[in-house]
Write a protein that binds this ligand. Structure first.
Ligand code: IMP
Ligand code: MG
Length: 185
């Protein structure tokens, strides 16, 4: 149970600061705009962690895109993926023949994205690619790589810029390592 607490005091170390996030999103957005020129891709955001990243990346992309969202959860309030995925909301668009670019906050074990990619592939899109704010390759259990990675991070539990612990800390404007004592009770 989380009562009164100080978000900043719970951060052990800032891994990626606001300005670095802004700069890197502009770079990757420019690359995506070049790669997808003439294709009108569908940007699919995986809720809820992707919200700040999605907003910034969509604006950094300068070609026409359609926007869509889906909601899945693989955690049940803890810090490790349960492996059990709950689909809460599917996308609205028909993706047959379309270029789909999935936006995610973090690629860890890869279980979540692997299932989403497989589900999309069955709908016969022209292409499915992944763009992630953070990549934690040390956590990977599935054979999956992102096509666009903004930052590769070490094996730590991070919060901020959309990433949460028990739905808190998402509104921090940077990515930081959460002090282990916060979740080791
Ligand atoms: P995966 O299925 O193990 O790749 O996990 C992906 C999901 O786990 C992400 O969408 C996040 O919601 C969550 N996640 C993984 N690592 C972290 C972390 O360090 N902090 C917060 N959430 C995380
Ligand atoms: Mg989460």
């Amino acid at each position: 149970m989380m009562n009164q607490f100080d978000m900043l005091a719970d951060i052990q170390e800032v891994l990626v600061d606001e300005e670095s996030i802004r700069r890197r999103i502009r770079e990757v957005g420019a690359q995506i705009s070049e790669d997808y020129r003439g294709k009108n891709p569908i940007l699919v955001g995986v809720l809820k962690g992707v919200v700040p990243f999605y907003a910034a990346m969509a604006q950094a992309i300068t070609i026409p895109v359609q926007e869509d969202f889906m909601c899945v959860t693989s955690f049940e309030g803890g810090t490790a993926s349960t492996g059990k995925l709950t689909f809460r909301k599917d996308i609205d668009h028909d993706i047959e023949g379309r270029d789909v670019l999935i936006l995610e906050d973090i690629l860890d074990s890869g279980r979540t994205l692997k299932l989403i990619v497989e589900m999309f592939q069955a709908r016969n899109p022209r292409s499915v690619k992944i763009c992630t704010l953070l990549d934690k390759p040390s956590g990977r259990t599935e054979d999956l790589t992102a096509d666009y990675v903004c930052f590769t991070i070490p094996n730590a539990f991070v919060v901020g810029y959309g990433l949460d612990y028990q739905d808190y800390y998402r509104n921090l404007p940077f990515v930081g390592v959460l002090k282990p004592e916060v979740y080791q009770d």
